[in-house]
Design a protein around this ligand. Structure first.
Ligand SMILES: *Cc1c(COP(=O)(O)O)cnc(C)c1O
Length: 409
């Protein structure tokens, strides 16, 4: 089931009056509950650590909530590293999993003491050139090719641009060893928004076997295996909740069976699962349009939530206060001059009129994070519903001045 909005229509209307629409709303209590649920699911696995994938929701106030719950941060750009630095997160509390990594990227990650996760063999020399001393702790991102299936969001591993091949594993780790690396991790990230519990212990088996091979061939004791993110959430009414307790205990069994009493630590870097269901995009109907089809044209558009337009992603939509009214089939669209600017197509919704508040569900991850400026759209604001029931603006909306700030007249 999509995540229900935890407040009444009156409260929602009050927030909408206060900040204006549209806005992304997040619920602090839900965020904390999910963080704790994730930690609990893996509490029996050795040295478990979750690194929040910052790209899912790069707001410092959100990152602080996760950090207080003991999460590290998974980053892949200089800006994401800087974000961590500015809220006091550094060292091995950061994973740096970038691809196409530049000298400057590596330097920034090194400066902060982040765990560097290398995406390709060709990047080893770039890293060596970037830093005064080759890092002691190194991780490689592995692309298992045919050994794993992906999905439409991330692509099939064999066609995905990420990671090193199975054949490149030994040469990569050997080279890192020669350059002075002494501590090692293994990483992979193949599937996104997976609702199949089995997928994750399979990943753990794959990485465990690689760890055994590294031990045997190179004498490396792998310190951690990082199974990446990819935990799915129920965007559709018929989707089930991912059973992460089962995933946790199945992975614990895999590690125990393979390594006995002294397994490598287990890391995850989930982005969508902890925050996706804790966010909603709230928007008002600007006008109702009836031509060959019926349209509700919202004051939000694809620039505020790209997922439906970009990969046909489903987001549930509700109209608070109109739950019991007659429905009709309608397209819910924005004001961008692009015809894929549609939040929903032929969706059965209560009869809408100008001024109605619509709630687009499960936008906490890859929602505001993917906002863009095309067509001169100003990126939207974020509001946090705090545990005590009060709200706080945690990112203001962009202004025309922001938009013009980079233009040279
Ligand atoms: C995007 C990403 C994640 C997070 O994926 P989710 O599907 O949001 O859990 C984790 N690791 C890497 C390297 C990523 O690029």
């Amino acid at each position: 089931m999509p995540s229900a909005l935890p407040i009444s229509l009156e409260k929602l209307e009050e927030i909408a009056q206060k900040y204006g629409t549209p806005f992304h709303l997040y619920d602090e209590k839900i965020i904390k509950n999910r963080a704790q649920k994730l930690k609990n699911a893996f509490k029996k696995t050795n040295g478990f650590r979750q690194y929040f994938a910052v790209k899912g929701n790069p707001n410092p106030q959100i990152l602080k909530i996760f950090s207080a719950e003991g999460f590290g941060m998974d980053t892949s750009s200089i800006a994401e590293l800087e974000l961590c630095k500015r809220i006091g997160i550094s060292g091995e509390n950061i994973m740096f999993s970038s691809n196409g990594t530049s000298i400057l990227d590596f330097q920034k990650a090194y400066e902060l003491g982040a765990i560097i996760n290398i995406d390709d063999i060709s990047l080893i020399d770039i890293l060596r050139e970037a830093v005064p001393k080759f890092p002691e702790l190194i991780c490689f991102r592995i692309n298992p090719g045919n050994l794993k299936k992906g999905n439409e969001i991330i692509g099939n591993p064999i066609e995905a641009k990420f990671g090193i091949t199975m054949d490149q594993i030994l040469p990569a780790y050997r080279k890192a060893q020669e350059l002075g690396a002494k501590r090692f991790g293994i990483h992979t990230m193949t599937g996104s928004n997976m609702l199949d519990e089995q997928y994750f212990p399979e990943t753990a088996i794959l990485l465990s076997n690689i760890a055994l091979q590294l031990q045997k061939e190179l004498g490396i004791t792998v310190e951690f295996i990082n199974i990446g993110g990819g935990f799915g959430i129920p965007y559709r009414p018929n989707d089930h909740d991912l059973d992460i307790e089962k995933i946790g205990s199945d992975i614990e069994k895999v590690l125990h069976t393979t390594f006995g009493e002294n397994p490598p630590k287990l890391f995850t870097e989930s982005g969508r699962w902890p925050i996706g269901p804790a966010g909603w995009l709230v928007t008002r109907v600007n006008n109702k349009k009836e031509i060959y089809k019926k349209y509700a044209v919202m004051d939000a558009c694809m620039a505020d939530l790209m997922r439906p337009g970009m990969y046909g992603a489903y987001h549930h939509i509700t109209v608070p206060g109109k739950e019991n009214e007659n429905t009709e089939k309608i397209d819910v669209v924005g004001s961008l001059c692009e015809n894929n600017d549609k939040f929903a197509i032929d969706r059965e919704l209560p009869k809408l009129e100008r001024g109605d508040l619509l709630v687009i569900h499960d936008t906490g991850a890859h929602g505001r994070a993917m906002c863009f400026n095309y067509n001169g759209k100003l990126r939207t604001q974020e509001v946090l519903l705090q545990e005590d029931g009060t709200t706080r603006l945690i990112r203001r909306k962009e202004t025309l001045e922001d938009y013009f700030a980079t233009l040279l007249f």
